[in-house]
Design a protein around this ligand. Structure first.
Ligand code: DX5
Ligand code: ZN
Length: 218
């Protein structure tokens, strides 16, 4: 099992003080940045100019999760803006192979995400093009929703496929990950844990990151 990583989502941070909010998660492995366009999901957050500004001040690399239409067109721009990992949704991509290749060509790790209702099997062939698969454990769009443990069989399925495929492809879970639910994710084979409200809702953010790490077995 590769190194287990924590990627706090700044969706639950104070948007009026993002530099300071990033400084609070300097113990984490990544900063998860949720990009929403009001079309792919019914919520709107931030775009490429803000990602570029965050990349300049973040103490940890940016893990950009694009919940947008037409990622084929926009995803490489996020890598150029300084995100070190760029995840797009397969439900929105017209040419996921070309999109993943363009992200990598722009210098970032490439990943694809599947919503709770999307099966993984039709996309297994994409493993050769990506560095990570994101299995959503809530319906994308909002922080603070409850964890869908019914997605754990999908995490296991992806873990099996990655084992067969070989190489080091990470499996990320996003949505409702907390002290109570991270154990199931580890057990199912996830290795990158996104947590928004569980981190930024904590009294002491660095302590919470440490608690999540301990439960993840790191
Ligand atoms: C949901 C986002 C998540 C969100 C997670 O659409 O992709 O990254 O911030 O928030 P929590 O951890 O509160 O469920
Ligand atoms: Zn996310």
């Amino acid at each position: 099992q590769p190194h287990l990583q924590i990627s706090p989502s700044i969706l639950s941070a104070d948007f009026a003080n993002l530099e300071r909010e990033l400084a609070r998660i300097s113990d984490a492995d990544w900063a998860h940045v949720d990009v929403m366009d009001n079309h792919f999901v019914p919520n709107l957050t931030l775009g490429q100019p803000v990602v570029e500004a965050l990349a300049r001040v973040s103490p940890v690399p940016l893990d950009c999760h694009l919940m947008i239409e037409d990622p084929d067109r926009w995803a490489p721009g996020y890598a150029e803006a300084g995100a070190r990992s760029v995840t797009f949704h397969v439900e929105a991509a017209k040419d996921p192979v070309a999109t993943a290749r363009a992200i990598r060509a722009a210098g970032a790790r490439a990943a694809f995400a599947v919503k709770p209702g999307t099966h993984f099997a039709p996309y297994e062939h994409l493993l050769r093009e990506v560095d990570m698969v994101l299995v959503m454990t809530v319906e994308p769009g909002f922080g603070g929703q409850s964890f869908m443990s019914e997605q754990m069989p999908k995490v296991r399925e992806v873990r099996e496929a990655v084992r067969r495929h070989g190489g080091e492809i990470w499996i990320q879970v996003d949505g409702g990950v907390s002290l109570d639910t991270i154990g199931q994710c580890v057990e199912a084979g996830a290795d990158v844990f996104v947590a928004g409200s569980a981190v930024y809702g904590a009294e002491d953010v660095p302590v919470r990151i440490g608690q999540l790490r301990a439960l993840a077995g790191e």
